[in-house]
Design a protein around this ligand. Sequence first.
Ligand code: NDP
Length: 478
Amino acid sequence: MLKIQNYLDGALSDAIDNQIIDNFNPSKGVVYGSIPNSNEKDVEKAVKSAEEAFPEWGVLNNEKRFKIMNRIAELIDANRDELAKAESMDQGKPLWLAKNEMIRAAQNMRFFATAAMQYASDSHIMPGHAINYTQRHPLGVVACISPWNLPLYLFTWKIAPALATGNCVIAKPSEITPATAFLFSKLCIEAGLPKGVLNILHGTGPSVGGVLVAHPRVKAISFTGGTNTGRHIASVAAPMFKKLSLELGGKNPNIIFDDADLDKAIATTVNSSFMNQGEICLCGSRIYVHRKVYDQIKQRFVEEVSKLKIGDPLNDQTKVGAIVSKPHFDKILGYIDLAKQEGATILTGGHAVTVNGLESGWYIAPTILEGLGKNSVCNLEEIFGPVVTLTPFDSEEEVLELANSTEYGLAATLWTQNLQRAHRMASKIESGIVWINCWLLRDLRTPFGGMKNSGVGREGGFNAMNFFTEQQNVCVKL
Ligand code: NDP
């Protein structure tokens, strides 16, 4: 059994009250370890530890910070196989995908360590009168709360800019996927990260995340997760005037015009629909296809999706692994039932799958729904699983209205070879990210985040560094 521990004040430890929570392997549907069920006592200790570390870390020169963070990145690379296996077992994702995500986790650390060396401040000269210069101070103790779908990838994406700008961090990974954050703690110790600079607390959302959000000495909350949780966090943190970065849910449109390169559009749509079992906030879950090519695309897409191999995440051939938890598995199947009640035709999938040798695991066949109106629940709500809807459209105006018809605005994909149309549509789609003839192509310098109920603020590049610093203008009279 894997025993996960907190990383608190530079060392690994159990929760102060010695409480634990079961940790499940979704591919087998069994408990395979335990995690500390931390509470406000652990949070208090972590805040104190982070406060003690801050005076030194906050003013450490960039190169020293860079060296430590870069060493952590090297250790992620060196331990990639072990980390990927742990991620796959904990989350249910195929091992090959977990291996790719570990590359990105290392990149996150390296990217922000390097960015800190390039992070310049502005000056504004009033000729003959004064010089203004901007200082960017670290905030102090900040909290990073991350979800279960891309565990170490999103965990590092948050903590790296916070650490690089001189903050001390208390991080809370999802209780559903704690394994790689635990292994990461060991790498931080090996890399010589000074104690207290990063504390990783495991436990439930309310008992750790909720306490951090409400803690008066935690200056900022960087949160990635569901829209409802984000709304709750904002209601607590906003009256305390904390800085808040919210990366929330999505219900992303994937629009295929009749002039698109259909081979590429179909191949990428298979991935953008079902990669990581559809448990990526950026997955395109509403597919709109121009009526002229609808039948052709439908036939080819259904054919490709029906061929996807569902099974043991550790098997190299597996394309679709296990659903992360039993409650989430039930929730997705509930949406599929609802879709049937709403009158959907199931073109493929639509049911749970039993995998030989892993009979108690939580598997769902990739599911394509057809015939749902724009106001159906399955077209409006985020399902966050291997379920997409397919809908024909006739005109640009119509598809634009469909695309913008949910409360979300995270990412959109457009498939067309018409340059004017691509730009015209991109500027009218209400989403923080628009991919044209591609999906999930990421440059870490670009602003990342959502409009509408998909979030507040932007991560990525200097956006994240700005979030984790407080600007101060100093005006010197000449
Ligand atoms: P949740 O909102 O349930 O949880 C996210 C994190 O918040 C977890 O660590 C969770 O802990 C914690 N949490 C739960 N309740 C509270 C609380 N009251 N106060 C503070 N923290 C709390 O989301 P999921 O983990 O289910 O993640 C899926 C969601 O994340 C989807 O909606 C998805 O779209 C979104 N997401 C958004 C991304 C983006 O960049 N916009 C990227 C990836 C995912 P615990 O798990 O222990 O309960």
